[in-house]
Every structure is written in C-alpha cells, then in structure tokens.
Design a protein around this ligand. Structure first.
Ligand code: SF4
Ligand code: SF4
Length: 222
C-alpha cells in the first residue's frame, strides 16, 4: 500500500483532508524510527457551530466528542493497516492530555503534523486552520516509520489583519500575534482552560467553548 492508498482510505471514510510528513524527530522515547506522521481531519457541522453563542451549546459538546470518537477510530484502523504492511504505527488520540505533568499537551501536537503536511496553518487563535475549512475541523495523527512526504509545501499564515478571535475570546487568552517557528505559544492555554472550567462547567464540565471557532471568518459558516 502506498501513502496515497492510505490517504484515499481515510478520505473514503469521511475525513476531508489527509496528508503525511517527516517530523524533525520521533516524539516517542526509545522509538526513534517513528519520525513520520499521517495527519487528517474531519469537518464540524456549520449548523452545530452556529448554536454556540456566548458559550458552548450542549449540541456542540456532543458533536465535538463524536468527531473525536470518529477520528480515534480511523487512527486505530489506519494503524492496523500500517502494521499489516510491516510498519510500526502509533495512533495519537484526537483529544490529548498527559495528566498533571502536561495538562495542555499530548504525545505530539496534531496541528504541527498538519502544518508540516501542508494542510493549513496555525492562526492567531492558536487553532489549526485548514486550507478549505478554516478552523471548523478536528484533527488526528498516526506516527509511523513508513516514509511519508507532503503533497503540498508548508503554507503561510493567512490571518492577515483579522483579530476577530482576539476580540471575541471572553478569557482574553488570545494574544493577537502569529505563532513563531520556535514553538512559542500565541495564546494562553491555561487562561482558556481556567475560564471554561469557571464559566462553562455545566457543558462537558468546562472542557469546550468554541467561541474562537464560531467567529473566525475563514470558516464561512453557512
Ligand atoms: S476556546 Fe473560548 S476561552 Fe478558549 S481561547 Fe477560544 S474563545 Fe477563548
Ligand atoms: S478569527 Fe481571524 S485572526 Fe483569528 S484565527 Fe480566524 S482569521 Fe485568524
């Protein structure tokens, strides 16, 4: 099976984009060969995103969880296909947490793999924006030792002068700057999480918000 065969498998199962790339290093200790990544994403429903107002809706929380479940299932199946072909494969969960030691990060940032695969860019909101769907997407990643190359080059940030997410964020967590190449954050994940836990506790125990997705003009909600 080629890289294209595996990306076509993902596209036939409901993802809206899929790509692959080489990472600078394997993120998995003791498994240095896992330095390639498949990156893919599903699109969220415009109608559900429109139900977000000054905070998340129950519909958004349920939709978000369903998108994560689909991504995790596809990452699992892709890993099985890769192993059948004789490669190693390490699916990275759609929603990641490493416990108290690293509460806002996981095994590997999905958005970094997606950017390196030429699928989009990270906006001022700190969210990944895909070429065709903006930030109304959720991502998953499968690390592997199968050599992969991007179908498109890394693309420039396309936020321009927009600061809609900066003004809309109720937590004041978005700085309004572009992400830097040295990985410095352009939003305050702790502030965002704290605000959600304090104000949106009754929707998924304060694990989602969605305002910065809803207001992004790149999403062109229908
Ligand atoms: S999820 Fe909500 S609180 Fe967090 S950065 Fe986006 S708008 Fe701000
Ligand atoms: S709302 Fe504007 S500044 Fe924020 S991510 Fe979207 S395009 Fe970029």
């Amino acid at each position: 099976m080629t890289q294209k065969d595996l990306q076509d498998f993902l596209l036939s199962e409901g993802v809206v984009f899929a790509g692959g790339c080489r990472l600078p290093n394997s993120p998995i200790a003791g498994q240095s060969s896992l330095c390639y990544a498949f990156s893919f994403g599903v699109k969220l429903s415009d109608a559900v995103l429109k139900s977000i107002d000054s905070g998340p809706s129950y519909a958004y929380f349920q939709h978000y969880r369903t998108a994560n479940a689909l991504l995790d299932s596809l990452a699992f199946r892709l890993a099985q296909l890769l192993e059948k072909e004789g490669y190693s494969a390490f699916p990275v969960a759609a929603s990641q947490s490493q416990g108290k030691a690293n509460p806002y990060g996981g095994v590997y940032p999905h958005k970094t793999a997606a950017v390196l695969s030429g699928l989009g860019f990270v906006g001022k909101s700190g969210l990944f924006l895909s070429k065709d769907y903006g930030s109304k997407v959720r991502l998953a990643t499968v690390l592997t030792d199968m050599p992969l190359t991007p179908d498109s080059p890394v693309i420039d940030n396309g936020c321009g002068d927009c600061k809609a997410c900066v003004s809309a964020c109720p937590a004041g967590a978005i700085y309004g700057t572009l992400p830097t190449t040295d990985g410095e954050r352009n939003f305050d994940a702790e502030k965002c999480s704290k605000y959600m836990k304090e104000h949106f506790q009754d929707v998924g125990r304060g694990s989602v918000c969605g305002i910065c997705i809803k207001v992004c003009p790149k999403n062109k909600l229908k």
